[in-house]
Design a protein around this ligand. Structure first.
Ligand code: LMR
Length: 397
C-alpha cells in the first residue's frame, strides 16, 4: 500500500513553522504564519478569555456532545457579530450558522456543501494571489479552482479593472471567494466604491459569493470590517461567510470558527441547515466544546465584550505601530528602497516584495522565516526583534 507513496511537499505556511521549530538558533524569528505576538514575542492569552474561562470553571459543566451545528449561544453570537444583531437576514431567520473547526473548517464545510449542491459545471475563483490553502481546500472538495486578477505589483494595490473584467466574464453560478477584510496575503483591500461595483456584478451575474473573514477587527474595527458582509446581505442572493476567532481572540489552537449561509427565506434556510448538518456529521460529527464556550461567554457578557474590543484594538494598533517602525527603520538601513506601501497594507501581513531567493537568504543566513511569496507577518514584529529583522532585510535586498 505505501511503497509507491511519494513524499508530499511541506505546507507553504505551516511547513515554515516546522522548519522554524527545528532551527536551533536562539535568535530565530518566525514571520511566516499569521499569528499575533505581543511586544515580548509571546502569543497573548487575552484577559477576556481568562475571565470567560474562570466563569466556565466555576460552572464545572459536564462535557457532553454539542449539537451537530454547535453551541446555540455561540452560533447566535457569531450571527450578531458577522451580520449585525439588527440585520434583516438575522431578524427574518434567513441566515444559518454552524460552529466550525476554525476558519479553515468553515471553508471546508462550505466547499463540501457547494460541491454537493451547486451546478456540476460550477468552478471556484480565488484572488491572484490568495491564502495558500484556499486552492488546495476547494480542489480537495472536488472543484476546479481558477484565479481572478487581484494584486498589481506595480502599484502594490489592487488591479481592480482586471478583477472586475474577470467577474464580468465568469459563468453564472461560479463561486467567487472574496476576502471580506485584511486581504491575505497582500494586505491590499478594495475601497468602498470598488466593493459597490463588485457586489453589483456578483449579484447581476448570479455568482455565488463566499466571503472569508478571518481577520475581523484587524482592519479598522469589528463593525467597520463587517461592513462588506452586511452590504452583500442587502444585495440579496445567496451568501457564504466563513469567520474565525483564532486571531481576534488569540485562540488559535482551540479551532473556533463558523460558517454562515444566507438563504432567500426562513424555510429555505431550514433546508440548507439540515443538509449542512449532514456535511458536519459525516466529517467530524459535532464540534469541540471549549473554544466555542469561551467565545460565547465573552460575547454574551457586556463587560467581557468591552474588554475584548479593547484588547483587539490593542493588537490592531500595535501592528500599525510595527508597520510604521518597519518603514522608518528600513528607510535608515536601506535608503534606496521604498517601503512606504507597508503602512497602507491592512491586517497582519505585508506583501513585502521580497523575492523567494531573498526569503531563502533570510532563513538560511539569519534564521528569519517568511513565506516564499515574500509575505511577512507584521504581527510577529516587536521592539526587540525589529532591528535584527531590518538589518537582515537590508543585507538581502
Ligand atoms: C496564515 O495565513 O498564516 C494563517 O491563516 C494560518 C494558516 O492556517 O495558514
Amino acid at each position: 500500500l505505501f511503497t509507491a507513496i511519494e513524499m508530499a511537499p511541506r505546507d507553504p505556511i505551516l511547513g515554515i513553522t516546522e522548519g522554524f521549530n527545528a532551527d536551533q538558533n536562539p535568535g530565530k524569528t518566525n514571520l511566516g504564519v499569521g499569528v499575533y505576538y505581543d511586544d515580548n514575542g509571546k502569543v497573548p492569552l487575552l484577559a477576556c478569555v481568562q475571565k470567560a474561562e474562570a466563569l466556565l470553571i466555576e460552572k464545572l459543566a459536564p462535557r457532553t456532545y454539542l449539537p451537530i451545528e454547535g453551541l446555540a449561544a455561540y452560533d447566535k453570537a457569531v450571527q450578531e457579530l458577522v451580520f449585525g444583531a439588527d440585520s434583516a437576514v438575522v431578524q427574518e431567520k434567513r441566515a444559518i450558522t454552524v460552529q466550525a473547526i476554525g476558519g479553515t473548517g468553515a471553508l471546508k464545510l462550505g466547499a463540501d456543501f457547494l460541491k454537493r449542491f451547486s451546478a456540476d459545471s460550477a468552478q471556484v475563483w480565488i484572488s491572484d494571489p490568495s491564502w495558500e490553502n484556499h486552492r488546495a481546500l476547494f480542489e480537495s472538495a472536488g472543484f476546479t479552482v481558477n484565479n481572478y486578477p487581484y494584486y498589481d505589483p506595480a502599484t502594490r494595490g489592487v488591479n481592480f479593472s482586471g478583477m472586475l473584467n474577470a467577474l464580468q466574464a465568469m459563468p453564472s453560478g461560479s463561486i467567487v471567494l472574496l476576502h471580506a477584510c485584511c486581504h491575505n496575503p497582500t494586505g491590499a483591500d478594495l475601497s468602498d466604491d470598488e466593493w459597490t461595483q463588485v457586489i453589483d456584478v456578483v449579484t447581476q451575474r448570479g455568482l455565488i459569493p463566499f466571503l472569508d473573514m478571518a481577520y475581523q477587527g484587524f482592519g479598522d474595527g469589528i463593525e467597520a470590517d463587517g461592513q462588506v458582509v452586511r452590504r452583500f446581505t442587502e444585495a440579496g442572493g445567496p451568501l457564504f461567510v466563513s469567520n474565525s476567532f483564532s486571531k481576534s481572540f488569540s485562540l488559535y489552537g482551540e479551532r473556533v470558527g463558523a460558517l454562515s449561509i444566507v438563504a432567500a427565506s426562513k424555510e429555505e434556510a431550514g433546508r440548507v441547515l439540515s443538509q449542512l448538518k449532514r456535511v458536519v456529521r459525516t466529517n467530524y460529527s459535532n464540534p469541540p466544546i471549549h473554544g466555542g464556550q469561551v467565545v460565547a461567554t465573552a460575547l454574551a457578557s457586556p463587560e467581557l465584550r468591552k474588554l475584548w474590543e479593547e484588547e483587539l484594538a490593542g493588537m490592531r494598533l500595535r501592528i500599525r505601530e510595527m508597520r510604521h517602525l518597519l518603514v522608518k527603520k528600513l528607510k535608515e538601513q536601506a535608503p534606496g528602497h521604498d517601503f512606504d506601501f507597508v503602512t497602507k497594507q491592512r491586517g497582519m501581513f505585508s506583501y513585502s516584495g521580497l523575492t523567494k531567493a531573498q526569503v531563502e537568504r533570510l532563513r538560511d543566513e539569519f534564521s528569519i522565516y517568511a513565506v516564499d511569496t515574500g509575505r511577512i507577518c507584521v504581527a510577529a514584529l516587536n521592539t526587540k526583534n525589529i532591528d535584527n529583522v531590518v538589518a537582515a532585510i537590508a543585507k538581502v535586498l
